[in-house]
Design a protein around this ligand. Structure first.
Ligand code: COI
Length: 359
């Protein structure tokens, strides 16, 4: 299908106007985007065009009912000059699962991968070369039909946009601070928690805003039924090191099956750590902390990479972890994953897709 890819390239790049010394996360967009439409039961007209506003009817049902799924990936420029995209095949598969849950037509993983690679290649000059920086890749598919019935759209649009980014969290903070949320919930059994869909993020904004006003950077979600079991952070999956064992919430349909989560579990196990995926209560974390057994906590996500968690506020008390610093396992994992992403370490699983001729 991508043999018919149309290319409409900008006459002049905006790259020179961008202050690469002061990148944020996702507020600068590269010159081009990928676009295609679903009409009459098939994806049509794949093209790479200048990044810019898109026309949409006010009656577009996605604006009203949120039929949108998306993904997040990163491309890296290594010290060897090559461009590597980290595990995009896993994002392609996860997108299919999100599509099914939201009644969005699937995109063939080969088309997805081809679109991502071609777009990154076109805007490769935008990929930052500094450590800790990367090109964030955001594919999104949304219903693109004006109608007011509550039903799946019959037309869709897929876009892929890219942004040069620095780290997701404020680099002046040594560790992420979390408010353990015991009133609001992110997802419930049978809901959309495992899908990467707009509504999950929309529903998190108000509790996250309350947490921010109380001085915490993110929300640590508990389960939607009993408010006892730890789920995820919204921008990342969560891991704890308790008494030498690493524990992370198991995938039960209410949390996102993170690509970085999977990489973290694989690398930790391969290097002799026991990693247990199971339900874990917030009381267990509190007890472990009181007993001195809570050694480390960290989040794993595409945007967040591996981020140490230093504080968790729960019911008016603060759980402090490792004196607010990155612990040895957290740091080891960060170094290992970023080493693979930058081509500085072996990639035995073939996680990185190296762009051809990207040196
Ligand atoms: C990602 O890590 O790719 C995400 O989509 C999380 C988002 C909060 C930036």
């Amino acid at each position: 299908m991508l043999s018919a890819l149309e290319l409409d390239l900008v006459p002049r790049s905006r790259r020179e106007d961008v202050d690469f010394d002061n990148l944020g996360f996702g507020n600068v967009f590269c010159d081009h985007m990928f676009s295609m439409e679903w009409e009459d039961g098939e994806w049509r007209r794949p093209r790479i065009v200048p990044y810019g506003p898109i026309a949409m009817e006010p009656g577009n049902a996605t604006l009203h009912y949120g039929q949108a799924v998306f993904e997040g990936m990163k491309a890296f420029r290594g010290g060897d000059g090559r461009v590597r995209i980290f595990r995009p095949d896993m994002n392609a598969r996860r997108l299919e699962v999100s599509c099914d849950r939201l009644c969005v037509p699937r995109v063939d993983p080969e088309v997805f991968l081809g679109a991502v690679e071609r777009l990154v290649a076109v805007d490769r000059a935008w990929i930052p070369a500094r450590r800790g920086e990367s090109l964030y890749i955001r594919p999104v598919i949304f219903g693109n039909e004006a109608h007011m019935e509550v039903r799946p759209s019959r037309a869709f649009r897929m876009l892929v946009i890219t942004c040069p980014v620095r780290s997701y969290f404020d680099e002046s903070m040594p560790a992420v601070t979390l408010k353990v949320e015991d009133t609001y919930t992110r997802a419930a059994p049978g809901g959309t928690g495992a899908a990467k869909t707009a509504g999950n993020y929309a529903g998190s904004l108000y509790p996250a805003e309350l947490a921010r006003r109380e001085g915490y950077m993110q929300v640590l979600w508990l389960d939607g039924v009993e408010h006892r079991y730890v789920e995820e952070v919204g921008a990342m999956n969560i891991f704890f090191r308790i008494d030498g064992h690493i524990v992370t919430p198991e995938l039960r349909g209410t949390i996102l099956p993170g690509v970085t989560r999977d990489a973290a579990i694989t690398l930790l196990r391969e290097n002799g750590h026991e990693v247990v995926e199971r339900r874990i209560t917030i009381d267990e974390i509190v007890e472990a902390s009181k007993g001195g057994a809570l050694e480390e906590a960290f989040g794993a996500g595409t945007a967040a990479v591996i981020s140490p968690v230093g504080t968790m506020a729960y019911k008016g008390e603060e759980i402090r972890v490792n004196a607010n610093a990155s612990g040895p396992v957290t740091q080891w994992l960060y170094d290992r994953i970023t080493g693979i992403q930058l081509g500085e370490r072996d990639d035995p699983h073939g996680w990185c897709r190296v762009l051809p001729d990207s040196r």
